[in-house]
Design a protein around this ligand. Structure first.
Ligand code: PLP
Length: 404
């Protein structure tokens, strides 16, 4: 075969496959060997999509809504999205200011691909969702990782933001509640970041609000374009139905953004995937406009699971974990295990060693923090029922106690 046949796009060639998916593959392999693995690695709610949403999708199929929709999404759904942004986020937004995509992920990719040119920088506060730096890379930009330490609650401070800004900065990505740390930015914290951004009018802001409804202990949710309306003209406020309505497989995300950017994103999407699935759009419409009690019910369940999981992690020798304020992740330091040896004889030099030994020896899957840009940590997704979580936390405690 001609060697040049397999020459890849230069940007793709250096992109890392997702560490989360890699761990999920390992789990599948262990299960195929017969191991009874509890997976705390996947970022999705374990609940079924609510019945009225499923029914709306079935009705859509039976009513023949099975054809292409406009690229930017069905008018009725875009109107519902605009109402959502007005109602829940206080954003001044009409349906023409919205775009519907195949998942929140496509919103982010569209925004970056539509705007990045070679050498453009994107500030990514880390620990961060694994996909941000890789998407930036795919789009020919350069991710500038702004480290957010434990002492700062894993959150971007105005000082760290100021230091990361250069003349080449094109975007800042914000994600609250955060994957992987569960950190939630308060209104005041966003205010301080907004003050920095107001001094740098060349920077666009991408606010990834996909975990908006999973905020605990009565803390409120805020998004930056709401806190500082002057930033709305350069902010993409992204959200979706995946996490809020247990709809990860339906692939519907959406945003509001300035019109010039929406036009560019729509143009890109029109040559790529076209409009999102018509059936899923009908389901998303039912989600946004139907009864909202599912959101509060699942929030309470996740809060109770968080309490259960974090109490156990805190009591485990070698681990340390603060109470996360949102999402469904606990980000536990495993510094106390580094330099030790697992019961199975594996030297634990890095958090990846810890995650792999945990899978092999305790049949629990978690993802190493270094994959999210900060080690030595492990990210634990507590999107399983209490019994599975108890079993997993016992296994983690037993594993850690046996390390020498
Ligand atoms: N943003 C963050 C921080 C996520 O964790 C995820 C999914 O894991 C997404 C966006 C993507 O959401 P969607 O499933 O709607 O594409």
């Amino acid at each position: 075969m001609d060697a040049s046949l397999q020459r890849l796009n230069v940007h793709l060639a250096s992109v890392q496959p997702s560490a989360t998916y890699r761990m999920m593959d390992r789990v599948a392999a262990r299960r195929a060997e017969g191991a009874n693995v509890i997976s705390l690695s996947a970022g999705e709610p374990d609940f079924d999509t609510p019945a009225h949403i499923r029914a709306a999708a079935i009705d859509a199929i039976n009513a023949g809504h099975t054809r292409y929709t406009p690229v930017a999404g069905m008018r009725a759904l875009r109107e519902a999205v605009a109402r959502k942004f007005q109602r829940e986020n206080g954003l001044d937004c009409s349906w023409q200011d919205t775009l519907v995509c195949s998942g929140g992920k496509q919103v982010i990719y569209n925004a970056l691909a539509a705007t990045l040119n070679a050498g453009d920088e994107v500030i990514v506060p880390a620990p961060c969702w694994v996909s941000y730096p890789e998407m930036v890379q795919l789009c020919g930009g350069r991710a500038v990782i702004a480290k957010c330490e434990h002492g700062a609650g894993f959150k971007l401070t105005p000082e760290t933001l100021s230091q990361a800004i250069s003349a080449r900065t094109r975007w800042l990505i914000l994600n609250s509640p955060s994957n992987p740390t569960g950190a939630v930015y308060s209104r005041d914290e966003l205010r301080l970041l907004a003050d920095v951004l107001l001094k740098h009018p060349h920077i666009l802001v991408l606010s990834d609000d996909i975990y908006e409804h999973l905020v605990f202990d009565g803390a409120g949710f805020a998004t930056i374009a709401q806190v500082e309306p002057r930033l709305a003209e350069r902010t993409v406020t992204m959200n979706g139905v995946s996490k809020a309505y247990a709809m990860t497989g339906w692939r519907i995300g959406f945003c509001t953004a300035p019109r010039w950017l929406l036009d560019a994103m729509e143009k890109l999407q029109g040559q790529q995937t076209s409009g999102a699935s018509s059936i899923s759009q009908h389901a998303a419409l039912a989600a946004l406009e139907g009864p909202q009690d599912f959101i509060e019910t699942s929030r309470r369940v996740f809060q109770a699971r968080r309490d259960l999981m974090v109490a156990s992690l805190t009591a485990t020798p070698g681990l340390r974990c603060d109470l996360p304020a949102g999402a469904f992740y606990a980000f536990a330091s495993c510094e106390g295990l580094i330099g030790r040896t697992s019961k199975g004889g594996v030297p634990l030099r890095t958090d990846e060693d810890v995650a792999l030994a945990l899978l092999e020896e305790a049949n629990v899957a978690a993802v190493q923090g270094s994959a999210f840009g900060l080690g030595p940590y492990i990210r634990i997704a507590y999107a399983l029922d209490d019994q599975a979580l108890r079993q997993a936390s016992d296994a983690i405690a037993e594993f850690a106690s046996a390390c020498r």
